[in-house]
Write a new protein. Structure first.
Length: 310
């Protein structure tokens, strides 16, 4: 599916009437659209397929009439992923008059990042920087969500005795590994883009914006690295908390069993099928004597428990 956008004063507007637009976005293109991109626009077929491959690393390539850039961005989250956050690839193909973007799924393009670009003249290179900037912002948003979810899981682990919440933390830790690799890969491409700013055709203002994007990406990587180290470093402690909670539960159950065994033993002794002095008594006192002995045994167990600080 193809969408055509016009860009003016920091705003993107879809152009449904014609193909006139500075930005062409292909969302999970079919074979016909791929053939058009390869045969008519002369895009490299391997690079085009790399734009849709989630395992592809970020890279920058220069062709005869355009520049190709593969970068990473977070994948849309669904309930079926169970806290597993993954990344997708995206392709940017910069021509002199147009920017072509290839995505594996439909995502918000400029949400939350247009204000930083509205002061500069609209150019395809500015759009390219905007897409990279939006990817960094998207990673930061996901990192905030990961921090909130991990904090909530940690509170639940304090009282948990099963592995459900631990599995959630393991999943978040795995997601952070993917994010760290993707952000680092983007950082290498941004650094290469800075060194080829003149060849790409960036204006001085756009070069300065690219420097800011590089700083933001570095901060994003550092933040993800801190979250990853915290989750990895405290994982053993959280496993110990769950194990200790289980031990406390088993201890409580054992105390209850010991408490019940004492009166059970007394009742069993006095109800055995054998001649007993109390069996010849015709009053109700033998019953109450047994009951009192049961309470005394229970109290003795609790006293022993408290004294030994079980």
């Amino acid at each position: 599916m193809r969408k055509v956008y016009r860009f003016s004063e920091g705003k993107l507007a879809e152009n449904t009437d014609s193909d006139e637009g500075m930005l062409w976005v292909y969302i999970n293109p079919d074979e016909t659209e791929k053939r058009y991109l390869v045969e008519q626009l002369k895009l490299d077929e391997h690079t085009l397929n790399s734009s849709l491959d989630p395992d592809e690393l970020s890279r920058l390539e220069f062709e005869s009439d355009h520049m190709a850039l593969i970068f990473k961005r977070p994948r849309n989250v669904s309930s079926a992923d169970f806290l597993q956050l993954k990344v997708n690839s995206a392709g940017l193909f910069l021509f002199k008059e147009r920017l072509i973007m290839v995505l594996p799924e439909d995502v918000p393009l400029f949400a939350g990042s247009v204000k930083a670009l509205s002061r500069l003249p609209a150019t395809p290179t500015l759009l390219m920087l905007g897409m990279i900037y939006r990817s960094i912002s998207h990673f930061l948003e996901h990192l905030k969500v990961i921090n909130l979810i991990s904090g909530d899981l940690e509170q639940k682990i304090n009282t948990a005795i099963d592995n459900k919440f631990l599995i959630g933390l393991f999943t978040l830790e795995k997601s952070l590994v993917y994010y760290l690799n993707a952000i680092h890969s983007n950082g290498l491409v941004i650094e290469k883009l800075r060194s080829h700013a003149a060849k790409v055709g960036l204006s001085p203002e756009e070069t300065q914006l690219l420097d800011d994007i590089f700083v933001d990406n570095s901060q994003c990587y550092k933040q993800a690295d801190i979250y990853s180290n915290i989750l990895a470093g405290m994982m053993d402690a959280r496993v110990s908390v769950v194990s200790n909670n289980l031990n406390q539960l088993m201890k409580t159950l054992n105390i209850i069993m010991l408490t019940l065994m004492a009166p059970t033993l007394i009742v069993s002794l006095f109800s055995m099928n054998m001649k007993h002095p109390l069996s010849t008594m015709e009053s109700i006192w033998p019953f109450w004597i047994v009951v009192v002995l049961c309470f005394i045994s229970v109290g003795s167990v609790f006293y022993f428990w408290k004294k030994n600080k079980w």
